[in-house]
Design a protein around this ligand. Structure first.
Ligand code: IYR
Length: 223
């Protein structure tokens, strides 16, 4: 017999077409204001905002509802310092040796380098881990499914939720990021997925002058 149990779809809300168009446009305009920020203020952020945004991320669709993610929220200055030191070590290696010229050329528009002061300045770092398997209480390995896709969707929803709440983010991906398992004492079934820097932008924050592709450039309609 199937283990599946069903309930009526709860709380689904529909809107008249005109309202859908207005809502979708307003949401697009809100998201189009989002910019990745590298100059953060150290102004404190209420922890409850972070909690709610992670709750929002935790609603993401995912493989077999295994919810194969874990979010570590860091505000402790000593841990932030350790993360900065480890990340900058990898980044120096990246910028000086590991990155092929083609990659460095692609990055030139962003003006990034190996210095990552925001890792200490911003009030919160959120380290996102993807769980490739679960360990049952009996110590058995339970494989997870679509781990990268699921964690990627949850991360996108987290960034959206934080932006909606009035916070800036930076998706930071020092590579490799294994040092996060060590510093944050995470188990071996978890792989670092991304390090999200969260806070208010600095008053004088500047961002690269870049644009997004237009709808026809990113989309094909087949009617
Ligand atoms: N991880 C490096 C390099 C970097 C790579 C990409 I792709 C970016 O979009 C931005 C930076 C760094 O954080 O500097």
């Amino acid at each position: 017999m199937s283990k599946a149990k069903f309930i009526p779809l709860p709380h689904f809300v529909t809107f008249p077409p005109e309202e859908m168009i207005a809502r979708s446009r307003a949401f697009y305009l809100e998201l189009s204001r989002r910019r990745t920020v590298r100059d953060f203020s150290d102004k404190p952020v209420p922890r409850e905002v972070i909690e709610n945004c992670i709750r929002a991320a935790g609603t993401a669709p995912n493989g077999a509802n295994r919810q194969p993610w874990h979010f570590v929220v860091i505000s402790n200055p000593e841990i932030k310092k350790k993360i900065r030191e480890a990340a900058e070590k990898e980044e120096r290696e990246f910028y000086q040796h590991r990155a092929p010229k083609e990659w460095l050329d692609a990055l030139a528009i962003l003006g990034t380098d190996a210095n990552k002061p925001f890792l200490e300045k911003a009030p919160y770092l959120i380290a996102i881990f993807a769980q490739s398997y679960e360990l049952t209480p009996e110590g058995k390995k339970l494989k997870n499914y679509y781990v990268q896709e699921s964690t990627g969707i949850a991360t996108g929803m987290l960034i959206t939720a934080l932006h909606h709440a009035g916070l800036a983010t930076l998706t930071h991906t020092p590579s490799p990021m294994n040092f996060l398992n060590e510093i944050l004492e995470r188990p071996s079934n978890e792989r670092p997925f991304l390090l999200l820097v969260v806070g208010y932008p600095a008053e004088d924050a500047r961002v690269p002058k870049i644009t997004k592709k237009t709808l026809p450039e990113i989309c094909t309609f087949l009617d």
